[in-house]
Structures are given as structure tokens and as C-alpha cells.
Ligand binder design. Structure first.
Ligand code: CP
Length: 305
């Protein structure tokens, strides 16, 4: 049984295959409409979500399957003190596959030890978010055609940003990738990501506190939200929240073919004036999420069309 806890659980060949299946689903959705008939996806979200939960649910419904779960853990028995292990033991008896989001880093590993069905990590605290990365990779491949040789700028909350950690680890496996890490001092990339996926991989990188200074070098600008919910101290959040705002003026310094990605939700970090720029792909990226998740559900259930 295969789980998806960390994007590195998938080989690059498996990621390529998922991307190809997702593209085929986008082109021929009717071919897949019964692929998961009589299968049940459980979505257990112990943290808020719009895109990830709803795209998973839409994905399973579009595959002809069914969905159950909760979007607010206060309505589940975890509010009565039930352990995650017991919850997963129960739910794996009611479903064929589980997508879970939890505020505690590592909780999908605990879940994987107490399940009879595949577990998908839909975000664990400030750790990883592998299905967002699949969404990002599908978008990059569709728009730029390749991963090798790209200069990837990641801007904002690199400390707590689980989407950043997963994307860096995934991109580190491609040739001649270069990273530009743009953050305030307080929100720098954690050493467990920098050491393992950049330094040990021998990849070039620079760190900058200024978006303006580096935007002209980038092939991809991956903007992220400063995440209020991760800050132990509200004062720090208030001081840092508007550090980076991508606007039309800054976009003038970017390459004509740079793409702007963002896992969303955004707060202030991308001005709405940028939305109409053809390089702004974050809504298309979110749309893509449904189709790569369809491909992933089929893969983990062992279903081929
Ligand atoms: N990108 C992402 O994880 O969005 P949600 O929090 O809305 O699921």
C-alpha cells in the first residue's frame, strides 16, 4: 500500500506519470468519469482549507466515487479527546482512501501506522504539503515545458511555509535548478530543508531580503502568505505581514516569460492589479489541483484507465 506523506515518496518518473495522466484527464474528462465508482474518499481536515479539501472532493466525485469526512474537527470526536490513531483506525474502515490535514507536523506518519487504506498528507503544520507541490509541478510543466535549468524564487514565509518546503525538495531533483530565497531574517528557510535539499544536493542558491533586487533573475516567482496562524507571537506577525507586496510596478522588472505562482489563499502579498497580467498563474494553478489529485487518487487506489 502506497501513501503520500512527503513529495519525496514519489520518484520523478512517478511524478511525470501523474502529470501525464492529469493532462489526459484535463483533455478527456469523460474517460475517467467512472474510474472510482463505489470507492470512498474520506477528507479529514483538522485545519481550515478551501482549495485542497474541495479539489479533493471534486476530484473523487468526478471519478464517479463518493466522499465523506469533516472540515471542522470540532464536529468530530477528536473534540472529545479521541486520538488521531483511533480516528484513523475507524475511518479507514469506512473509506478506501484518506486525505488528511492536521496542524501537527508528522501526524500523517502516525496516521499511516494505523490505517488499512492509503493516507494522503494534505498539509501537516509547517512541514510539508505534497499535493500542493504536485499542483505546482503540473502548472510549471504545462506552462514552461520543463523543470531543468530554472531559477526558482520563493518569497515570503519560508520558515513555516509547508508548500515552500515541499516544492524545494521536489525541484532539487532536477538538473541545474537554482533557488532564490526571499524572506525577512525571521522567516528564513529552516535548516532541515536548506541542508538536505539544497546544500547536500549541491545546488546554487542565494538569500535576499529584497524582492526588487532579485525579481529580474527569476523564471518562477513563488509568492507565499505570511501565515498568522503559525506565529507564536501576534506582534511579530503584525510587524512582518506586509513585508512583500507584488504589484504592477515590481512586475515591470520581471522577465517577460517569468511565471507567478502562489498556493493561495493570498492576503495582501499580491496586489489584485497583478491578476490580469498573463504571467500571473495562481488561479490556473489552483484549478489544476483538481486534476492532479484525480490522477493521484487513481494511482494510490491502483486504478488505471
Ligand atoms: N493551497 C492550499 O492549501 O489552500 P487551502 O488552504 O485553501 O487548502
Amino acid at each position: 500500500m502506497q501513501h503520500l506523506i512527503n513529495i519525496m515518496d514519489l520518484t520523478t518518473a512517478e511524478i511525470d506519470e501523474l502529470i501525464e495522466v492529469a493532462k489526459d484527464i484535463l483533455a478527456n474528462p469523460e474517460k475517467y468519469q467512472d474510474a472510482c465508482r463505489h470507492k470512498i474518499l474520506a477528507t479529514l481536515f483538522f485545519e481550515p482549507s478551501t482549495r485542497t479539501r474541495l479539489s479533493f472532493e471534486s476530484a473523487m466525485l468526478s471519478l464517479g466515487g463518493n466522499v465523506l469526512g469533516f472540515s471542522d474537527s470540532s464536529s468530530s470526536s477528536s473534540a472529545k479527546g479521541e486520538s488521531l490513531a483511533d480516528t484513523i483506525t475507524m475511518v479507514s474502515g469506512y473509506s478506501d482512501i484518506i486525505a488528511m490535514r492536521h496542524p501537527k507536523e508528522g501526524s500523517p506518519i502516525v496516521a499511516s501506522e494505523h490505517t488499512a487504506v492509503p493516507i494522503i498528507n494534505a498539509g501537516d503544520g509547517g512541514h510539508y504539503h505534497p499535493t500542493q507541490t504536485l499542483t505546482d509541478l503540473l502548472t510549471i510543466k504545462t506552462e514552461l515545458g520543463h523543470f531543468d535549468g530554472l531559477t526558482v524564487g520563493l518569497c515570503g514565509d519560508l520558515k513555516y511555509g509547508r508548500t515552500v518546503h515541499s516544492l524545494i525538495s521536489a525541484m532539487s531533483r532536477y538538473e541545474n535548478v537554482r533557488f532564490v530565497l526571499i524572506s525577512p531574517q525571521e522567516l528564513k528557510l529552516p535548516s532541515f530543508v536548506k541542508q538536505t535539499y539544497i546544500k547536500d544536493a549541491g545546488l546554487p542558491y542565494i538569500q535576499s531580503t529584497s524582492l526588487e533586487d532579485v525579481i529580474g533573475d527569476l523564471d518562477i516567482l513563488y509568492m507565499t502568505r505570511i501565515q498568522r496562524e503559525r506565529f507564536p507571537d501576534e506582534e511579530d506577525y503584525l510587524r512582518l505581514k506586509d513585508t512583500y507586496i507584488l504589484d504592477e510596478e515590481k512586475m515591470k522588472s520581471a522577465k517577460r516569460d517569468m511565471i507567478v505562482l502562489h498556493p493561495l489563499p493570498r492576503v495582501n502579498e499580491i496586489s489584485t492589479g497583478v491578476d490580469s497580467d498573463p504571467r500571473a498563474l495562481y488561479f490556473k494553478q489552483a484549478y489544476n489541483g483538481k486534476f492532479i489529485r484525480m490522477a493521484l487518487i487513481m494511482k494510490l487506489l491502483g486504478i488505471k484507465i
